[in-house]
Each structure stands twice: as structure tokens, then as C-alpha cells.
Design a protein around this ligand. Structure first.
Ligand SMILES: *[C@@H]1O[C@H](CO)[C@@H](O)[C@H](O)[C@H]1NC(C)=O
Length: 278
């Protein structure tokens, strides 16, 4: 459990200049979150207990979101696995998952939380975006029913995805990205092919991917080269590894090399060498 000696996590603000659109700057926040982890067990907890843990983490994110919005940030990025940590089996992650629809359904979970079944996490994140008038980028788990006619359908009848979601300042779901390059995550499935997810705002065009994805050509490089994004949103649970793979070093080098803004939000877990936002 993550109890000892964490410094108070800080909200880090960066002013970012977008060369090609007006207004030509925007204010963004990235939050390095010390995740409250579940107790270590492979026995699945109830959906209610899973929600209790996720809500404890969201309580902390809520404080960060309010602070960020209060200081004029238009978007805040929170880390990968920020609501429940990373150590799961397919069975033990299941109670944490919700069905996350394609953003083209045009959904504000805060206003219509029952539309796609049990969605308390999506509802709460959407309401935080809406009530604070800020874009909220979060990482949660998606489940998608499949059946035996699909030969790749997992034995529990669901695909399970490590998923980034973005809610706009009205609380509407505007982006959903399923992580492609999983890193020791037996609890999740990769989508069939890399997803190229972008969305436009009044303050720029954004692309999104997750953690280990940054080490591969697709979707990361293709998003920047072929989709005219100004900024990449990058939730991560990045373990710093010397000499070349520490978070700030590697992520800033990638942003410079690709000539794009990168908003990286890492988890804060010093004992596992997970620190560093930019
Ligand atoms: C963290 O990094 C240090 C220095 O590179 C290394 O000695 C240690 O084994 C790492 N810890 C973990 C949990 O990987």
C-alpha cells in the first residue's frame, strides 16, 4: 500500500504556445497522482467495493481539477491507472470496468448517466468537467461484450481495454482511446489495430495515446505526422529506468523530436520509480 513519505502531490501548470491557431496560448494542468491502491488479492472484489476505491482516488483528482480550473487551466490530464492501480488479473479488474461508448453517440454522462448502463465513474468524471468548465482527461477501464462467433472473444465474453477518456467543458465525452501497446497487463486486451484518436477544441487539435505506446511508431508518430495535432495527451504509469528511459528525459525528448506539445501525467509511486510530469 502507498502510505509512507509521499510529498504532497502537486498540480503542475505549463503555459503552452500553439503556433498555428488563435488564441495562441492555452493553460493546461498535468497531475501526478499517488494512486490509492486496492489490497493485493486475486479474488475479485464486488462492484461496490471497486467503486468505493475509485471514488477515493477521484476525490483526490477532484481537488486537483478544481485547483487547476481555479487557476485558469482549460484542460487537465490525469495519469494512467489513476483510479485503481496496475496489478490485476483479467478477473480481478473486471468489477472496475464500465462500458465506454464511442464518442460519436454524443453523450454527456453527467446529464444522462443511465444511457449506457452502470456508469458511475463516467458520470462523475463528466460532472467534474462540466461543473468546473474544464476538459478532463482520465484513464479508466472499458469492457465490450463479444460472443463465441468471434474466435478471439475471451472466455469471460468481454474484451477489456485500458482506456483514455476525454470530457469537454460541458461534460461531453469527446475522445476514447484504447491502449494498443500493453506493458505486462494481463488484465487487458489490445484493440485489433492502433486507434488514431484526435479531437478539436477552440484552443487546438489534440491527439491521445498511453504510456508504452510512446515507444512505437503507431499510433504515436502517425498521429503527429498525418493528423496535424498541436498537442498530445499522455496519461502514463511510467517507471523511470536509467539511463535512457526516465520520464522527463524521454518524454521531453520525444516532444522536441516530434515538434509537438506533450502533456504527460505520471503516477506518483517513488518506491517503484514512478515520478515525473511535463
Ligand atoms: C529504481 O531505480 C534504481 C536506480 O536505477 C534501481 O536501483 C531500482 O532497482 C529501481 N527500482 C525498481 C522497483 O525498479
Amino acid at each position: 500500500m502507498s502510505t509512507s513519505s509521499f510529498p504532497t502531490s502537486a498540480v503542475v501548470f505549463a503555459l503552452i504556445t500553439l503556433p498555428f491557431c488563435a488564441p495562441d496560448t492555452f493553460k493546461a494542468a498535468v497531475y501526478e497522482h499517488a494512486v490509492i491502491l486496492p489490497s493485493e488479492t486475486e479474488i475479485p472484489v464486488s462492484q461496490d467495493d471497486a467503486l468505493i476505491l475509485m471514488n477515493k482516488n477521484i476525490d483526490i483528482l477532484e481537488t486537483a481539477i478544481k485547483q487547476a480550473a481555479g487557476q485558469g487551466a482549460q484542460i487537465i490530464v490525469t495519469p494512467e491507472d489513476a483510479l485503481y492501480g496496475w496489478k490485476f488479473t483479467r478477473e480481478s479488474i473486471f468489477p472496475y470496468l464500465e462500458d465506454i461508448p464511442d464518442p460519436k453517440v454524443n453523450w454527456i454522462p453527467c446529464q444522462d448517466p443511465q444511457r449506457f448502463g452502470h456508469s458511475p465513474v463516467q458520470k462523475r468524471l463528466s460532472c467534474l468537467a462540466k461543473s468546473n468548465s474544464i476538459y478532463v482527461v482520465a484513464n479508466i477501464g472499458d469492457k465490450k461484450k463479444c460472443n463465441a462467433r468471434d474466435s478471439k472473444c475471451p472466455s469471460n465474453g468481454y474484451y477489456q481495454y485500458n482506456t483514455n477518456v476525454v470530457y469537454n467543458s460541458e461534460g461531453k465525452l469527446v475522445a476514447r482511446y484504447h491502449k494498443y501497446h500493453l506493458y505486462s497487463e494481463p488484465q487487458f486486451d489490445a484493440p485489433d489495430k492502433p486507434e488514431l484518436v484526435t479531437f478539436k477544441t477552440t484552443f487546438g487539435t489534440f491527439g491521445i495515446f498511453t504510456c508504452f505506446d510512446i515507444l512505437f511508431h503507431d499510433p504515436a508518430v502517425t498521429l503527429v505526422e498525418d493528423h496535424q495535432v498541436d498537442t498530445i495527451l499522455f496519461p502514463t504509469a511510467w517507471m523511470n529506468v536509467l539511463p535512457f528511459l526516465t520520464a522527463i528525459e524521454f518524454h521531453s525528448a520525444w516532444a522536441m523530436g516530434m515538434r509537438v506539445n506533450l502533456l504527460a501525467a505520471n503516477t506518483h509511486k517513488v518506491g517503484q520509480n514512478m515520478t515525473g510530469n511535463l
